[in-house]
Design a protein around this ligand. Structure first.
Ligand code: F0G
Length: 467
């Protein structure tokens, strides 16, 4: 993939570092104790016991000097702050959407959307719902239906746009049960499917189907900039477009968007719900006031809105996107060379290890991806996240069904780690891959009903994680 346009091979970070934050080195013994104390759940670790934290790319990035400068300008007026109007102008300039409601993060936008647009018995198709989206859809008694293309479910299959939605399946749902579908969602990039992009052609076709059936299409646009850059790199006709132009076209096919600005907003907190429909937006605004705040701040500080107004634009800068996608691809290349199974091609914000393929001897009932993520921490102080049967195995009726994929996501915070951190990661991952036959699964000993991966407790199913 032509990610570089110079003869030089070295990937450099397109920034200098002005502020540093120390990271803490621990011993293996300390990490072993930390795991026991955390009930073998990486969400329960104290983050200063983690050396390289790839739990999420959400809200964990470094802000730029321009964003910090913007924060000083933040106006904290309760209503009508100029910071809101700068935020609104930035979002509208990229999305073209009419009503822009700030929220404190993505799931608040999802909850408000679910609150005003869904009811029990509804069906919401998507390429793949992220876990909070699914939980918000299910919380009102509706069904979250994932319709990825078949390639999207096969980790080893190479396809440039594995995030695409299965348009034929969507059309079937719309023609058979149109009255149950109040809206369709599409997640870019498709986080739960491996951070894979959606093509412009697919967006266009999904949009055409929705318009034909008169159903609004809402984009979960957390990683719109990464998706736009993949389109530039991989889809014919977009080579010479800027990421901003591509993003604008992507948004032209939808009627609304939910955003976690903790991703491609390049900030530590924030989000929005954007809608074109006046009546729906009015209802959403009322709910926003009830639970988030006045519509010109929506649960954020004025300085957050300033950081976001700058961040939305910085996320679309090509040198940044090139560096970001390339450092992730570089780690993927190192793993593939060594025969470590990952979701291919590498996604926009993360490398996903295929735990089913790496640990075929660990049954899904013993959560192979969860176990693998624990071993990465134990051996190398690296925190990742399971996207497998712990996250998705519990069905709304309380029964258990193994997830289609058992993945471990190594998500890269934005502008935070350097090339030597990535080299260290590759070394840890290859070391763990060499131990693969000795890795054993875990047993869940305590589990809440909703979003159980955040607080469930586990223990090794065979005495130890590595035997
Ligand atoms: N949609 C997608 C595709 C996401 O990846 C996330 C968050 C959300 C919605 C919810 O946004 O966290 O601001 O409420 N993903 C994070 C992650 C948590 O680690 O992938 P939020």
């Amino acid at each position: 993939m032509p990610l570089r346009d110079t003869p030089f091979q070295t990937i450099i970070e397109p920034f200098r570092i002005k502020v540093v934050e120390p990271i803490r080195f621990t011993t293996r013994e300390e990490r072993e104790q930390a795991l026991v104390a955390a009930g073998y759940n990486l969400f329960a670790l104290r983050s200063d016991d983690v050396l390289i934290d790839l739990l999420t790319d959400s809200g964990t990035g470094a802000m730029s000097s321009q964003q910090w400068a913007g924060m000083m300008r933040g106006d904290e007026s309760y209503a009508g702050s100029p910071s809101f109007f700068r935020f609104e102008a930035a979002v509208r300039g990229i999305t073209g959407l009419e009503h822009i409601l700030p929220t404190h993060q993505g799931r608040a936008a999802e909850r408000i959307l679910a609150g005003v647009a869904l009811k029990a018995g509804d069906v919401v198709p998507s390429n793949t719902h992220f876990d909070t989206t699914r939980a918000n859809v299910e919380a009102v008694g509706a069904t979250a239906l994932d319709l990825p293309i078949p390639e999207g479910r096969e980790p080893g299959t190479i396809h440039p746009f594995k995030g695409n939605m299965d348009v034929a399946a969507l059309r079937r749902v719309l023609s058979e049960q149109r009255e149950r579908v109040p809206l369709v969602m599409i997640t870019v990039t498709n986080n739960s499917g491996g951070g894979q992009p959606v093509s412009m052609a697919n967006l266009r076709e999904v949009s055409a189907a929705c318009r034909e059936f008169g159903v609004p299409l809402i984009m979960d646009c957390c990683r719109y900039a990464e998706n736009a850059y993949f389109i530039k790199l991989r889809e014919a006709g977009y080579e010479n477009s800027t990421p901003r132009e591509i993003a604008q076209e992507m948004f032209s096919y939808v009627d609304g968007a939910t955003m976690s600005a903790k991703k491609d907003g390049m900030a530590n907190i924030g989000g929005f719900l954007a809608l074109n429909d006046d009546a729906l937006a009015e209802k959403a605004r009322s709910l926003l006031i009830l639970t988030e705040g006045f519509p010109t701040y929506g649960g954020l500080a004025g300085y957050d809105l300033e950081a976001l107004a700058v961040g939305f634009e910085e996320a679309l800068e090509e040198p940044y996107l090139r560096y970001r996608l390339r450092s992730i691809e570089y780690l993927g290349d190192r793993l593939l060379e060594a025969g470590v199974p990952i979701v291919q091609p590498t996604g926009g914000h993360a490398v996903y290890l295929d735990a089913k393929a790496l640990l075929p001897h660990v049954p899904q009932a013993e959560y192979p991806a969860w176990a693998l993520s624990l071993v990465l921490y134990l051996e190398g102080g690296v925190r990742s996240v399971e996207i497998g049967s712990v996250m998705f195995g519990r069905q709304p009726d309380g029964s258990e069904k193994p997830a289609a994929l058992e993945l471990v996501r190594l998500a890269f915070p934005r502008r935070t780690y350097t090339q030597s951190h990535v080299d260290y990661l590759a070394e840890v991952l290859l070391h763990v891959a060499a131990l693969r036959e000795r890795v054993r699964g875990v047993r869940m000993v305590e589990s809440p009903e909703v979003l159980r991966h955040f607080s469930a407790r586990f223990e090794p199913a065979h005495g130890a994680l590595i035997v």
